[in-house]
Design a protein around this ligand. Sequence first.
Ligand code: MN3
Length: 202
Amino acid sequence: MSFALPSLPYSTNALAGRGMSQETLELHHGKHHQAYVTALNGLVEKNPALQGKSLEEIIRLSHNNAELTPVFNNAGQHWNHSRFWESLSAQGGGIPGSLEKRLVADFGSVDKFKETFKNAAATQFGSGWAWLVLGNEGKLKVIKSGNASSPLATGEGKVILVLDVWEHAYYVDFRNRRADFIDNFLAKVANYDDAAEKLQRA
Ligand code: MN3
């Protein structure tokens, strides 16, 4: 059984009026994400020890394993992007009451959460990700990760919301202005309804 590119839960032009163009989604999902899936399948095909394992198992066993770095990178990017598509919405930006309550409890205010998330996303040097997670101690927190790493790989908590800050995520629409891309995500694109559901399930 091989891994497959998940369909986007919206059309590629659904976010065009909210700062994420059809060109970005076609490239990001159809080319970048697809390339990680294709590469991962090729690596698994050549490695019997990985066959029959779930994506999550492959990520955990290849993490910090020098011989399996290409496996980790492609498996991690497949998983991270799958979570990222879930974190976007054509009705994004509105925070449901249940999530707002938790953000206020754990960050002090919604603005403070956004400031913390923006700071993590902006200061991730080079390629990586910013995450809102439910930490193992039961509180919401923001973390960042480089390249293909994730809270799943490091065991830092359950993913609630994620933003891709690799340049390919924003260069078409925002050129080099990563800060504007982050602001736009938090205000107009972030799927806080999905985040609230993930938090409820976590
Ligand atoms: Mn990406």
